[in-house]
Design a protein around this ligand. Structure first.
Ligand SMILES: C[S@@+](CC[C@H](N)C(=O)[O-])C[C@H]1O[C@@H](n2cnc3c(N)ncnc32)[C@H](O)[C@@H]1O
Length: 299
């Protein structure tokens, strides 16, 4: 079974604009597809690869220019300093989960398998999807289904979950599927609805929005002038954050202007229009379908 097939590979590597002796960070190493292609372009430089999933470590290349960090990329600043690099020339993030997560039944990420609801990328983390559905308050559940899953009937779904869990705990992916199917809106496909619900829980389990915001803020301190920030997202909430941040240097839509009315954004946008996979790429790798690539250069 393939660990992962990297999306938008050549576009991403071009976006990093790799200098042969630069220092780069791939914060989502996974199967190492993007990292290996980065290493091919480096001569004397270095690449740090982060992954919070211990399973990814076995994909780490045996290469003296590569340093694998088995940790959350929210600690990027600490590790860059620990490795004695003051600044870096590029940061790459290919967000979300790998094929390995979706295709390994007992990781509890997929509604295709009847396993315990889990969804932790870091197996040592405490919070699981099971814990969330059985213990979160009504307000918190509605909020996460609405915000992270863009589920229109989040309230109804939450009521069903709360009703179900008062008599018996929701333990497996099938338990949740049964509750979800009782709430399926007429105009929504079963698979799409389940994918939205599972996505919302996964984002909450792994605190994905907060860590992405931390990464974006850290990139301001870490990137050398001319350094590239290259991010692939897979859902609209993440893409909106990345787009706003690259445009303004924070999470508002307002670009600070100087006395003369010139924009004070810390980034220059390399692609004004978002880059998406070609029809050919989607035919070969259908899971790349929702990938969106944005590239910005630190001024
Ligand atoms: C979409 S995959 C990346 C695949 C990779 N680009 C490749 O070519 O194989 C995302 C990977 O990032 C890891 N990951 C996601 N969020 C993370 C975080 N906050 N810290 C560290 N690793 C993370 C996941 O465990 C997963 O292996």
């Amino acid at each position: 079974m393939e660990y992962h097939i990297p999306a938008l590979l050549s576009e991403t590597i071009d976006g990093l604009n790799i200098k042969s002796s630069g220092v780069y960070v791939d914060v989502t190493f996974g199967g190492g597809g993007h990292s290996n292609a980065t290493l091919k372009k480096l001569k004397k430089g270095y690449l740090l690869g982060f992954d919070q999933d211990e399973d990814a470590e076995k994909n780490a290349p045996d290469d003296e220019r590569f340093i694998f960090v088995r940790n959350n990329y929210r600690f990027i600043k600490n590790y860059v300093r620990y490795c004695n690099f003051d600044k870096v020339d590029g940061i790459l993030a290919d967000l979300g989960v790998s094929f390995h997560h979706f295709d390994t039944a007992d990781r509890g990420f997929s509604f295709r398998f009847n396993e315990k609801l889990d969804m932790r990328m870091d197996k040592d983390a405490e919070l699981t999807a099971q814990e969330i559905v059985n213990s979160y308050t009504r307000e918190k559940l509605i909020d996460l289904f609405y915000q992270y899953g863009e589920i229109n009937n989040a309230k109804y779904l939450t009521e069903k979950i709360i009703y179900t869990r008062t008599s018996s705990k929701i333990v497996t992916c099938d338990d949740l599927r049964t509750v979800a199917m009782a709430c399926l809106p007429n105009n929504v496909q079963e698979k799409k609805y389940l994918a939205q619900i599972f996505q919302a829980l996964r984002i909450e389990v792994n605190d994905e929005i907060r860590v992405l915001k931390e990464l974006l803020r850290n990139s301001l301190d870490l990137l050398n002038p001319g350094g590239r920030l290259v991010i692939i997202t897979y859902h609209s909430l993440e893409d909106r954050l990345v787009k706003q941040f690259m445009k303004t240097g924070d999470f508002t839509n307002e670009i600070e202007k100087d006395f003369f009315g010139n924009s004070k954004s810390p980034f220059k946008l390399i692609n004004k229009k978002v880059i998406v996979p070609s029809e050919e790429e989607i035919a070969i790798n259908p899971r790349s379908r929702s990938a969106k690539l944005r590239i910005a250069e630190k001024i």
